[in-house]
Every structure is written in structure tokens, then in C-alpha cells.
Design a protein around this ligand. Sequence first.
Ligand code: NAD
Length: 349
Amino acid sequence: MSRTTKKLTAALVGTGRIGWMLEHDPLRGGTCTHAGAMTATGRVSLVAGADLDEKRLRAFGEAYEVDSLYPDHRALLDKHRVDILSVAAPAEAHCAIVTEAAASGRVRGIYCEKPVCHTLGEADRMIEACDKAGVALLIGHERRFGAHFMRARELVHDGIIGEVRTVIGQALSGDPGSVLRSMSGGGPLMHDGTHLTDLLGYFLGSADWVIGMTRRAHGPARVEHTASGMVGFPSGAVAFIEGGGRRKYFAFELELQGSEGVIGVGNSPPGLWLAESSRRFSGFNELAKAKFPEYTPNNGFVAAFEALIEEIETGMPSLSTGRDGREALQIILALYESAAKGGRRVRLH
Ligand SMILES: NC(=O)c1ccc[n+]([C@@H]2O[C@H](COP(=O)([O-])OP(=O)(O)OC[C@H]3O[C@@H](n4cnc5c(N)ncnc54)[C@H](O)[C@@H]3O)[C@@H](O)[C@H]2O)c1
């Protein structure tokens, strides 16, 4: 069998919403989970699953015709050697699952959901364990693999909007309720906003410093309902970001403002505006809507699993490594730290 047709074996740890259950949301209308995306690649055969919750585990097993079901990753890896371990358990469990799986010598690649974990120390241990064992580690910030995000990144790198000066980024959502910080590591900035802080790195590279403010309607021991802040980059570019915001809607958008134009990219269709001579004021330039270049829409989840397969087969690092995931987390933690220090600037390096 040739390399391109051979099926890889995979196991899913965490058989909850993003593991497979959201696949049955009729409004999503497409592949949006680990099990769904792995199946959609046509390259992966799901052979086992693990979850602490037996009912969910059994339901997953029935839906994907998987008989080998286990209460946790340890029991699973005792019995199975797999090409891909897909980790869709909550972030607090990521470090133990990833480090133990890498050290077991029984997996070749790991797809680990975002956020990478809750602390930089855990992220370092995950990266080190995978490096040491030669295991590919991809963090599930799947927007990185979306065709319109990739096209927007090409435009930025090709200088179509000049030098990026300012980014406005928003991951807006409802009130998270009175969840303890100690339980969940953070609020909306940690859980949805991680995609936002991750994309800052995707477009602009490593950040230099962060200034932040959090608001906690449910008290200081509870997660923030809104986190906002500034993120500075070596180029002088500054991003203004907001996570949460107690909205009655979800919105995820970035506006990349360059010296010669603007790109809008996010959950809405992408847009491009370029500077041109004003038709209203002599001697001025204004922004005019331009055509966002053609791209073939794809599914970021499927493309992310394809990238992991490619990394397993060729050793070529994916667009979403453990180190990328760590940088996204570092911005979030620095924003929380800055907020705790009354808005003092926190340097990242
Ligand atoms: N990429 C995305 O767009 C996206 C969307 C939703 C969730 N997520 C991420 O996916 C992860 C899971 O979120 P979810 O919404 O599916 O949660 P969920 O609670 O629906 O599912 C998590 C499952 O993991 C199981 N679990 C918990 N600890 C475990 C362990 N140690 N071993 C095995 N199973 C364990 C739970 O019983 C549960 O069934 C989180 O990190 C979350 O941030 C990502």
C-alpha cells in the first residue's frame, strides 16, 4: 500500500462535545469534532476511546462503531499502540494525558485541544515530553488551518496592507457564571480567547509585552466575565483584545490595520480595504473596499488533522505546534497577571 493510502489508527480521549457530540448539532451542518474530522480525512481508522464518563463513552462507541472503550488514557495505551491520540478532554487533564502518552512510546502524534493547558510549566513539560519521544504535537487552534485565515496571513506576509500597526481582536461571548478560577484556569479569554491570542502569533509572531484588565462580576475568586488588554510586538505593532464581554451573542473577529490597508478576518466572511486617493477630500487617502483574493473554503478541523498526519509521515512541523500553543497561553496568563498588578506592563521574554 502506498504512503498516501495507508490508514492510520487513532484513539479519542475525551468523548464529549468537541470529541464527537457536536457533530450532531444540525445547525453546524458539517464536520466540527475530532471524531468527525478524523473520519473526514479518509486516512484515519478510529480504534479506541476513553472517557471518565461511561455513558458518554458508550454513546461514542455506538456512534463510531468502536468497541475498545476504556475509563482513561492509561488503560487505553496499555492495550493499544496508535498513530494518533486525539485529546478532547478538558485543559486541566491535557498535561498528564500528553506527557504520559508521549512517554509510553505507543503514539506517533497527538492532537491536543486548546488551550494547550493552564500553566506554562505544564506546557513546557508537554513540549519536552513530545520532543524527547519524537512525537508530533498539534494544538487544536484549528482556525490556523482555515483557508481564509491562511489567505489573510499570506496577504499580511506579502505586505499587501503594508506594515501591520494595530490589531483589534474580539472573542465576545456571554457571562461565564460563577465558575471558580482554580477549577477552570480562566474565563472566556482562556477558553475562547485562546483562539484570538493564538492568531496574534500566527499573524505577527511572538509578542513582547502585555497590559491587561479583567472584570469579575462574580467576585475575585471567580473567572472574569471580561478581559481586555493590549499586546505589544517587536515591530511596534499593538493589538487591542477583548474576551468575554457579557454579550448576548458570540462574535469572533480580527481587524488587522496596516500602513496601507486593512484586513478583516474571523467568523464573518473576510474583507480587504486598501488606501486610495479620496474622492471626498483633495490631498487625502481613504480606505476603499477591495476584493479579498479567491480562496477555496475548507474545514479547519479536517485540515488540522491532515497537517498532523503530514507531520507524522514527513516530520514537517505543523502550523500549530506545542510552542505556538504555549505562546497563546503566555499572552493570556500575562494579561491576568497584569490585571492583578493594577495594569502594570508584563514583559514576556
Ligand atoms: N477547538 C474548539 O473550537 C473547541 C470547542 C469546544 C471545546 N474545545 C476544547 O475541548 C476540550 C473539551 O471541551 P468540551 O467542550 O468537549 O468538554 P466536554 O465536557 O463536553 O467533554 C470533555 C470530556 O472529557 C472527559 N474527561 C475529563 N477528564 C478526562 C480524563 N482525564 N480522561 C478522559 N476523559 C476525560 C469528560 O468526562 C467529558 O466527557 C477543552 O479543552 C475545550 O477548551 C475546543
